[in-house]
Design a protein around this ligand. Structure first.
Ligand SMILES: C[S@@+](CC[C@H](N)C(=O)[O-])C[C@H]1O[C@@H](n2cnc3c(N)ncnc32)[C@H](O)[C@@H]1O
Length: 309
């Protein structure tokens, strides 16, 4: 099974540019089309993961209009529409090529009108100074933000959280509205989205991943959901990152209003090694032991959202 070499060359160029910190590296519409086919779906898996959780927890007000900031090919706004129901998608991007690409596919250019939600995806590493975006976010009722799962970007997102706590309540991934216990920690807040099984089994996706150097097994990410006047769930913890198995026990990094800790699940005597498999789990908390694992949200298998072209 082959993939289009020209498309792969574009992906390699874009990947190098993003990793080098280049801002808006789009050269033409074909760059955006290649990204929309092979990169945006990975972002969509992350978006679907958080949006399904937020929908199940009923922590968001109804959203009719969203502003997709740094829209690229528009996957963030499209994901909101796919999971939460139809929304009018306004877009803004430093690149006119990106705005034109999304407008051709049903979005509207943003001209400053009020919106129900601001959605930001994979933009923070490109922002030299996020203060203008933070000032905008402070005026919008709901802020939904997804970024890569590396330590540096996750910490930058924690700084966003701390700035916006003045106007909003964090409703995810946080289980509390106090200062982030990971702000100064060695660990960082990150989560894992699982690609759909059919993608992992698809020879074209495997060929793309090999050619471009992408790990298709999981998509680590960091995220933030803030609601003006929102309420937090209490008495639950969030599992961060991947559980670690050791002899006879599994260790979970968890975050709750009691801070960031390691919870231990002992699995001798035939108990399941992973009562909470990797994914986004909120669990009952019991000292430093994992007591009853009561997933508030079952992990789901996200689907790839086709472009609305
Ligand atoms: C890595 S792409 C992400 C695109 C899309 N949000 C996604 O998740 O796939 C980052 C986008 O942010 C845009 N961008 C970078 N700096 C920006 C700024 N200061 N204002 C608006 N858009 C910006 C870039 O042009 C690019 O389209």
């Amino acid at each position: 099974m082959t993939v289009d070499p020209e498309e792969m060359a574009r992906l390699i160029f874009l990947r190098r540019a993003f990793l080098a910190g280049d801002v808006s590296p789009w050269r033409d519409e074909a760059d955006l089309a290649a990204y929309d086919t092979w990169v945006a779906p990975r972002h969509g898996w992350r978006w679907r993961a958080i949006l399904e959780e937020l929908r199940a927890r009923r922590v968001l007000p109804p959203l009719r209009t969203v502003l997709d900031y740094g829209c690229g090919t528009g996957i963030a706004g499209r994901s909101v529409g796919a999971v939460l129901g139809p929304v009018t998608r306004h877009v803004v991007d430093r690149s006119k090529l990106a705005v034109d690409f999304t407008v051709k596919r049903g979005a509207l250019p943003w001209d400053g009108q009020a919106v129900d939600a601001l959605v930001v995806g994979h933009v923070l590493p490109e922002l030299k100074d996020p203060s203008a975006l933070l000032a905008l976010a402070a005026t919008v009722p709901v802020v939904l933000w997804v970024e890569p799962g590396d330590a540096r970007t996750s910490r930058a997102l924690v700084a966003v959280r701390e700035a916006l706590r003045a106007t909003h309540t964090p409703v995810g991934p946080c289980t509390h509205a106090g200062p982030c216990p990971l702000a100064d920690a060695r660990d960082w807040c990150h989560h894992i989205a699982q690609p759909p099984p059919e993608i992992r089994a698809d020879p074209r996706w495997q060929a793309m991943a090999r050619t471009v150097g992408i790990d298709l097994r999981a998509a680590p990410f960091s995220w933030l959901a803030l609601v003006r006047g929102g309420t937090v769930d209490s008495g639950i913890s969030r599992i961060l990152g991947r559980p670690r198995s050791e002899k006879g026990r599994t260790l979970y990094d968890v975050c709750s209003d009691e801070g960031h800790r390691v919870a231990t699940h002992r699995w001798r005597d035939g108990a399941s090694r992973h009562p909470a498999p990797p994914g986004r789990y909120l669990i009952g908390w019991s000292g430093d032991r994992v007591g009853t694992m009561t997933p508030v949200i079952q992990p789901t298998t996200p689907r790839v959202e086709p472009s609305e072209a």
